[in-house]
Design a protein around this ligand. Structure first.
Ligand code: DP6
Length: 316
C-alpha cells in the first residue's frame, strides 16, 4: 500500500478559459491567466492498494460515483506502470457560501496526491498537464499566485506556469448571489458555445490577445489595465454564451446589480473590477487598501468573502 495527501487551492481566471479544441486531451482554444486563492482549497488522500477490486471515492465523508475519478486515475496508472486500484478521500474547504466551483482545486490535489502515491515524482509542469486531464481550470491550480495556462497545440505543450509575483496587494471579494445548483454545468455549456455561438471565433481571437496583454499589465503592476482586461474577458465570455443556441445566461438580477455597483465604484474613484464564471456569483478584483470601501458600496444583504493570493499545490 502506498499513500499520499495533497492540498491544492482553487483559482479564479482573470483571463478566462472557455472552450476545448480537443475534448479528449483537454486542449483549450485560448490561453488563460488566473489568481490562485488563499482561503479555498481541497485536501485529497490517495492510497493505492493491491487488495482493492475497484477504485473508491469519498468526498467530505460521503461515498461518490467513481467514473470520472477512475478515468483520471487510469492516466496515473499508465504513467506509473501499475494496475492497483485506489482509495481516494477528499475534503473541500470551499465554503458553500462562497459559491465557488471546486473542480480546479479537486483535480490539482488529486494529480499531486495520486502521482506521489504511485511513486512518481512529477515536475510542476508535468503535474499541470496531468491535472488538465481532470479539469481545464485545474491546470492552473498547481501553481500559487498568478499563473498562465499556455493553450499549446498538443498534450506536451498545453500546461500552466507561474507568472512573476506582482507587487500589487491583490484582493478578491467573492460576492454570493445564489448558492443553489447551476442550471447547466460549464463543461456542457462551453461545448455548446463552441458549437453554436457566432461570437465564438471572435472570443478566441480577442481572448488570446488579452492573455498576452495581461502578462504585460501584470509585469508593469498596472492595476487599471489588469482590472479592465479582467472585466472584459469575463464580459466577452458571457457575451459568447448569451449568443449561443439556445440562448442562455448564468446572470441573475443580483449579478447585474452587483456589476453595476462595481461600475459605480469606479466612477467614484475606487479601483474595483468584476468577473463572473459559470454561475451567477460575482468576484471583485481590488487592492487591499480599498476592501472596506468596496464592501461598503455593495448592495446590502449579500454574503462577501475576501481572499488574497494563495500558495501552490503541495504534499501534506
Ligand atoms: C468559467 O475547468 O470547470 O471557470 O475543463 O470542462 O472541467 P472543464 O471546465 P472548468 O471550466 C472553467 C471555466 C471558467 C473559466 C476559467 O476558470 O478559466
Amino acid at each position: 500500500m502506498t499513500t499520499a495527501t495533497a492540498r491544492a487551492h482553487t483559482n479564479i481566471a482573470l483571463i478566462k478559459y472557455w472552450g476545448k479544441k480537443d475534448a479528449a486531451l483537454m486542449l483549450p482554444y485560448t490561453s488563460s491567466v488566473s489568481l490562485t486563492l488563499a482561503d479555498f482549497y481541497t485536501d485529497t488522500t490517495v492510497t493505492f492498494d493491491a487488495d482493492l477490486t475497484e477504485d473508491r471515492f469519498e468526498l467530505d465523508g460521503r461515498s461518490q460515483p467513481t467514473t470520472k475519478i477512475s478515468a483520471f486515475l487510469d492516466q496515473v496508472r499508465a504513467l506509473a506502470g501499475t494496475k492497483a486500484y485506489a482509495q481516494v478521500a477528499s475534503a473541500n474547504h470551499v465554503p458553500t457560501a462562497a459559491g465557488l466551483a471546486s473542480s480546479a482545486s479537486a483535480y490539482a490535489a488529486l494529480a499531486l496526491a495520486a502521482s506521489s502515491a504511485a511513486g512518481l515524482n512529477l515536475t510542476p509542469r508535468a503535474l499541470s498537464r496531468l491535472a488538465r486531464r481532470g479539469s481545464g481550470s485545474a491546470t492552473r491550480s498547481i501553481f500559487g499566485g498568478l499563473a498562465i495556462w499556455h493553450r499549446g497545440t498538443d498534450d506536451a505543450s498545453s500546461y500552466a506556469e507561474a507568472l512573476p509575483a506582482t507587487t500589487l496587494p491583490l484582493r478578491m471579494l467573492v460576492v454570493m448571489v445564489d448558492a443553489g445548483p447551476k442550471p447547466i454545468g460549464s463543461r456542457q455549456l462551453m461545448a455548446n458555445t463552441v458549437a453554436t455561438s457566432p461570437y465564438y471565433p471572435a472570443w478566441v481571437e480577442h481572448n488570446e490577445a488579452a492573455a498576452q496583454a495581461m502578462v504585460q499589465a501584470l509585469a508593469a503592476n498596472d492595476f487599471s489595465k489588469i482590472g479592465e482586461l479582467t472585466e472584459e474577458s469575463s464580459a466577452q465570455m458571457h457575451a459568447a454564451i448569451l449568443a449561443s443556441h439556445p440562448a442562455f445566461t448564468y446572470f441573475q438580477p443580483a449579478t447585474i446589480e452587483v456589476w453595476h455597483a462595481v461600475q459605480a465604484m469606479r466612477e467614484a474613484g475606487l479601483p474595483a473590477y468584476a468577473t463572473m464564471d459559470a454561475g451567477p456569483n460575482v468576484k471583485i478584483l481590488t487592492l487591499a487598501p480599498y476592501v472596506a470601501a468596496v464592501k461598503a458600496a455593495l448592495p446590502a444583504g449579500l454574503t462577501v468573502t475576501t481572499t488574497a493570493a494563495g500558495p501552490a499545490a503541495r504534499l501534506l
